[in-house]
Design a protein around this ligand. Structure first.
Ligand SMILES: [Zn+2]
Length: 261
């Protein structure tokens, strides 16, 4: 009895130390990223989320070039905000992971979210298979077969953990959309907030619009990265097919430390 109680206290102490180190690391990371003095190192970890053979084939054929669009996006948008870095981001591809990250329900309570976020960091620390330089941000890419007609659950980006969890379809047809979701979640880890209504998915005016000054306002043709969708007409929202039609709006830019001069 006594022994198991001691063991439990020891385990809690070890957990608290690990958490403390993780929190300090994260804090230092955010401060450094927001100063934009050197490129942000991002490691992508592909995961076969549905166990399908076609999902695995897609993952096996992945290379870092599949994510080049995201580099192009950050370089182009960074330049508009006088970020003098080339490149702004660097992506590395880790070997596929065979373990599944902890799940969370969209309707989860605040407590469940906090618990999940700690659990996710713990999971990420325990299952790291990346042997290169220590990344600033880790993005877990959960791939699903597009053949099974499944609805993907929400992707997530944790600023406090410098971790993103992205759900995507394992097909070349979805590379553009997947890269857009990765850019969005990455932005969360840099400190950007969502610019769409959680109830209706509509972009919030004016910060969620790529061209809020446009007259007439609709149809919009480009998306603000944190709004996620383009409002074409009342009741018609489109998810961008690639990052070519996505911009970083002024509010998002200031949230991540990009100042317009
Ligand atoms: Zn978001």
């Amino acid at each position: 009895m006594l022994k198991s109680r001691h063991f439990r206290s020891l385990r809690i102490i070890v957990l608290l130390i690990v958490l403390f180190v993780v929190v300090m690391n994260t804090w230092l990371s955010s401060v450094r990223i927001q100063s934009w003095k050197r490129p942000v190192w991002v490691v992508l970890y592909p995961i076969n989320a549905d166990g399908q053979a076609d999902t695995q084939m897609y993952i096996n054929a992945l290379s870092a070039e599949h994510f080049d669009d995201i580099n192009g996006f950050f370089a182009r948008e960074g330049r508009r905000y006088h970020i003098d870095l080339n490149p702004v981001t660097e992506f590395y591809l880790a070997p596929p992971l065979t373990v599944q990250p902890p799940e969370i329900d969209v309707q989860a309570s605040l407590f469940e979210r906090v618990f999940w976020s700690l659990n996710m960091r713990w999971w990420s620390w325990r299952n790291d298979n990346w042997s290169g330089p220590e990344p600033d941000v880790r993005i877990y890419l959960r791939y699903f077969s597009p053949r099974k007609n499944q609805q993907l659950s929400h992707s997530l980006g944790l600023q406090k953990g410098m971790i993103g969890l992205v759900n995507g379809f394992a097909s070349v047809d979805y590379i553009g959309t997947n890269n857009f979701v990765i850019a969005h979640e990455l932005m969360h880890t840099f400190g950007a907030s969502d610019k769409y209504s959680l109830e209706t998915n509509e972009p919030v005016f004016p910060d969620g619009y790529a061209d809020p000054q446009q007259n007439p306002l609709l149809p919009q043709t480009r998306a603000e990265v944190m709004a996620g969708r383009v409002k074409v007409s009342p009741g018609w929202l489109l998810i961008p097919k690639s990052l070519d039609d996505v911009i970083v709006g002024p509010l998002t830019a200031s949230e991540i430390g990009w100042e317009s001069l």
